[in-house]
Design a protein around this ligand. Structure first.
Ligand code: ATP
Ligand code: MG
Length: 554
């Protein structure tokens, strides 16, 4: 498209390609394997992958696993699954930053030889004291002027394991008076006697993030290294590392604003706690905005792509609302999925004048807005289930559904008039009796009279039983996500409602994850991938039908 507006990163890439700074585009997604991915990561994944695709470039998946403390293989697997599910294809370029430890070590030695790095004996606390503040310059370390030979030897000893954790560090020699604190002789290697999930005990020195990351990018010939805004102040150091290590293919760091979703929890610390104390059913609980949670809830990759697109790419932080994400899934499913009848809170309806053993098969369009989805047959008989809320013994004003004496249309069926109710000992309505008018069969072109209410139903004899789970935000939006006093989460006690006795039309028998449906008047639902069995179906409500989110349709 000629007149398409490009976001600022595309403009940078256009310029770089036009000026010959790069002749190709190479991006990457660099997750730390220390948790599950969430909706914010989806933005980074789809942005990086989308740019590679748009510019016929390449996209790498690289695990940023240089930190030996936190990483877990469990997370590596889940991250791969999530990235692939979102549609971002790394082809054969799956990398682990820890595979570059040798290169990083060589880079460090190279810097020492250039007189650009030194081994420092100050403690972490002293280093902090010497660093100065935003308003005051720092002081040079007393070890800053060690000879190259001495530095080489001490660094070698660090590598050999001759020192305790924290006893010595390797620091870049830059400028203790720099207005940018990140440039005040930052630590680039530390001693840590820890096993690493990939390299085991091969190393007892580990590179710091700000040193490792640019090297990882350079090794992979990344051109545009896209990260979030909090790294803006680290860019001079990124550039320093790339330049001083004299890479042939210098990458460029570009920062963009994180995606924030209002009223949701994305912090790993919080989610981990919810998982551990059993508040949620794992990292893929459908109430979480982890990618695996959204997937289990029934979100599609397309809906998340659309959401990320709507959120846009910019340099200023902004917050998106949950209804925007819900809008995206509704839009995606609207024409794709069949619209079935399912009764979530069943109430028996008996048509007294309908022949006892008769069954009629009603032909029903699978999706009125998309005839391509075809038709199906739905059995109709004397005993049906309707939604409890579609009947009121004493109707409120403007209630057009079923009440004694009133006539309604049974969707895809007949007109029925309520004649009687049956109650249990406590006075609860347990059965509604009706009569039907055989003239009014749906599709027969009956025009004799009109009714104001249309309700859905399922045949009691043919219905399939199922469990349906209704979700709300896991946190209480009114109280705010976090409790101000102790920083804990304000949990919403109604975030999960389990309906054990729902009745579905028989066409839903045997449904399997990840099948999705509209249940008419009730929302969009999917088969739960973890708990549903053919003989005991479990559905999740993805989203209700109503939306408060409005968007201009282009
Ligand atoms: P941690 O705080 O534990 O480091 P993280 O969310 O930053 O967690 P990473 O694995 O470091 O997790 O992130 C991988 C990539 O995802 C990084 O490039 C990061 O910039 C990006 N990213 C993380 N959160 C968001 C977000 N909310 N919006 C957009 N991109 C994000
Ligand atoms: Mg991070």
């Amino acid at each position: 498209m000629e007149n398409e507006t490009k976001h600022f990163i595309e403009q940078i890439i256009d310029k770089d390609l036009a000026e010959g700074v790069y002749d190709h585009v190479q991006t990457r997604f660099p997750p730390e394997p220390n948790g599950y991915l969430h909706i914010g990561h989806a933005k980074s994944i789809l942005l990086n992958y989308g740019l590679a695709k748009k510019y016929q470039g390449r996209f790498n998946l690289r695990f940023d696993d240089t930190n030996p403390t936190k990483e877990k293989s469990e997370f590596v697997d889940s991250i791969k699954e999530d990235v692939a599910w979102l549609g971002a294809d790394w082809e054969d370029r799956l990398f682990f930053a820890s595979d570059y430890f040798e290169t990083m070590y060589e880079c460090a030695v190279f810097l020492i030889r250039k007189g650009k790095a030194f081994v420092c004996d100050l403690t972490a606390e002293q280093i902090r004291e010497y660093r100065g503040t935003l308003t005051e310059p720092g002081k040079n370390s007393p070890y800053r002027d060690r000879s190259i030979e001495e530095n080489l030897e001490l660094f070698e000893n660090m590598k050999k394991g001759l020192y305790q954790d924290g006893e010595k560090v390797l620091r870049a020699k830059i400028d203790m008076a720099s207005p940018n604190i990140n440039m005040r002789d930052p630590v680039i290697y530390r001693v840590a006697h820890m096993s690493h999930h990939n390299t085991g005990d091969a190393w007892c020195i580990y590179p710091m993030y700000d040193f490792a990351h640019p090297i990882e990018d350079a090794v992979e010939h990344v051109t545009h290294s896209i990260c979030t805004l909090e790294f803006e102040d680290h860019r001079p150091l990124y550039n320093w590392v790339v330049q001083e290590c004299e890479f042939d293919h210098p990458p460029k760091q570009i920062e963009f604003a994180k995606l924030y979703l209002k009223h949701v929890v994305t912090g790993k610390r919080y989610i981990k706690k919810l998982v551990e104390d059993g508040t949620v059913d794992g990292w893929d609980d459908p109430r979480l905005v982890s990618i695996s949670g959204l997937r289990r809830r029934g979100y599609t990759p397309e809906s998340i792509q659309k959401f990320v697109e709507l959120a846009g790419v910019s340099k200023s932080n902004s917050t998106c609302e949950m209804p925007m994400l819900e809008y995206c899934i509704r839009e995606d499913l609207k024409l794709k999925e069949p619209r079935m009848m399912a009764v979530l809170h069943p109430l028996k309806l008996i048509i007294d004048n309908y022949p006892d053993d008769q069954v009629e098969y009603m032909e029903v369009q699978n999706n009125q807005e998309n005839p391509e989805l075809g038709v199906r047959e739905v059995p109709f008989c004397k005993e049906l289930y309707i939604e409890r809320e579609d009947f009121m013994e004493v109707p409120v004003k403007k209630y057009f559904r079923l009440y004694p004496g009133n006539e309604v249309r049974l969707m895809n069926g007949y007109f029925v008039t309520c004649t009687e109710v049956v109650k249990d000992e406590e006075g609860n309505v347990v059965e509604v009796h009706c009569t039907y008018d055989p003239e009014t069969r749906s599709g027969n072109g009956f025009t004799g009279r009109k009714v104001k209410g249309t309700i859905h139903w399922v045949s009691a004899r043919h219905a399939v039983k199922a469990e349906v789970r209704l979700y709300e935000n896991i946190v209480d939006e009114e109280k705010g996500v976090y409790n101000e006093e102790d920083g804990s989460l304000n949990l919403n006690p109604n975030s999960l409602v389990i309906l054990k006795d729902c009745r579905l039309e028989p066409g839903l028998a045997g449904a399997k994850a990840p099948e999705r449906f509209q249940f008419v008047r009730n929302g969009y639902f999917c088969v739960d991938s973890k708990d549903s069995r053919p003989e005991s179906l479990v559905f999740n409500r993805i989203v209700s039908l109503k939306s408060s989110f409005k968007i201009e349709v282009k």
